[in-house]
Design a protein around this ligand. Sequence first.
Ligand code: ARG
Length: 587
Amino acid sequence: MFMHYKEIWKQKIADAINALLAENGLPETVAVSGVVAEIPPQPDMGDLGFPMFAYAKILRKAPPQIAQAVREKLDSSAGSGVAKYMGPYVNVFLERAETVRELLKEAALGEKGGFGKPGSLKGVRIMVEFSSPNTNKPLHLGHLRNDILGESISRILAVCGADVRKVCIINDRGVHICKSMLAYQTYGNGATPESERIKSDHFVGKWYVRFNQMSKEDPSVEEKAQDMLRKWESGDEETRYLWKKMNEWAIKGMKETYRRTGVSFDAYYFESKTYALGKGEIAKGLEKGVFYKADDGAVMVDLSAEGLGEKALLRKDGTSIYITQDIGTAIFRHEDWAFDRLIYVVGSEQQHHFKALFSILHKLGYEWAKNLRHLSYGMVNLPEGKMKSREGTVVDADNLLDSLKEMALQEIKGKEREEAVGNPDEIAEKVALGALHYYLLQVGAAKDMLFNPKESLSFNGDTGPYLQYMGARISSMLRKASLKDGALTYPAIKPELLSGDAEWDVVKTLFDYNNAIADAAEKMDSSLVAAYAYSLSKAFSRFYHDCPILNAENPDLAAARLALSEAALFVLKDALRLVGIPFLDVM
Ligand code: ARG
């Protein structure tokens, strides 16, 4: 099995400490998982550093003495490195050639090897809910952030070995849906997306904006929308027909956007089918005394012990509320597909909602409620201003993608790369997606952020296109090499040729890939994989700058450096896929 040298050395340190404990007749033992490995502050201090402070108490010795004793214990077992004690630390200087050999052996296995497969979540069933739009308007910039957070974390969890099910709940009923319906019914005159030549979800969104204008002129339309909802609930045929038609338009258009951004789902839920689900649970909770009836007849829950106050679960007329449906849907989902974990990717303005939801499910006695998580994310705005759908100035997802694509196309044209890239249109689209996804993921999810289109598209700096460019550069070099006589098929790679500092930096970064993924999965933080891809690109770029590859002094050196480049490309490609950045072999 492929193992990080760090893990191997952690084990050696743990064994040495345990041997010392046993020799001194002390009862304690230390676990490998508890051994801390640090990166020494300066390269000339070694590749790994193990602080000994934590063992002073159990070994009843001062840390520098422990470091010395551990170092002596390691002598007999060392191999692939040299350990030295430095004050209270045991530092390890890895045997570079040996370590490089391990790396190249693993990398040569490609897909069959262990790179990009930490396996830390083997067999864990994780449901990830994300995007979850409403059918009254098209997807906006906030959804793009949500979508890539959900898609990316799902891919990361999956390569960790989890069985991942991506789901989306479409909020396709309620008074907001009736608003676009009402505007269309009043002024639509039978127009369709086809007759207007407009993307079908944008068509629906246009009517939602229209409703808000209507409401400004005549506030009584709000009441009419409520009437329409009542008609919908009673199953009125005409209302249902209009509802179905407009929802189909909305959903068809959204699915086009998902296809464009590379987002997909294993299952869709529809609120119109799930909205009644929670009611039975509310009745059960009332019986059990978990909930209570307020004076006006509404059903309430008291979450003040949890610091969440009192919350209504059913209105006084018995109709359900946003949370009612979520209670029912969570239970339904668990019956449908018994998850070990359920992650909701939803905006931070719903933090209170999810805290309440999780504690209500817990109160109802669902043991799995402790495994529900809210992956909360902040607002995204464009530098120009806020996105607000009511005023009709929302940053529409498709329009934003179109303009990013146009900007990327101009860039390609400006550099006169149209011929070189083959299909400028396709490349521009992929650059746009790379720019967008990287920019959105790079910031930790919790923070509000500004999306700066121009900055996101910059080819140098910490951006998606820079990473794509690095991938294209390595690809093109490898293509050239394969044209050169036998460079790539050169029989034996000599790892000792790769022990210069620039190569060594790439090697160590490659070793860290699986840890970066596992860490991202554990913290539900895709930005860690994005940051990893950037640090790999930077390390590679330094190597590329310092070490001639195709023009290396001799064929052995060229072959060794090409092998390292191939390994780096394999990992970079894999990392880009995890964060939704299309890989390009020319750019
Ligand atoms: N459609 C909702 C909104 O736009 C988000 C749904 C989130 N998911 C959930 N299970 N409540 O606010």
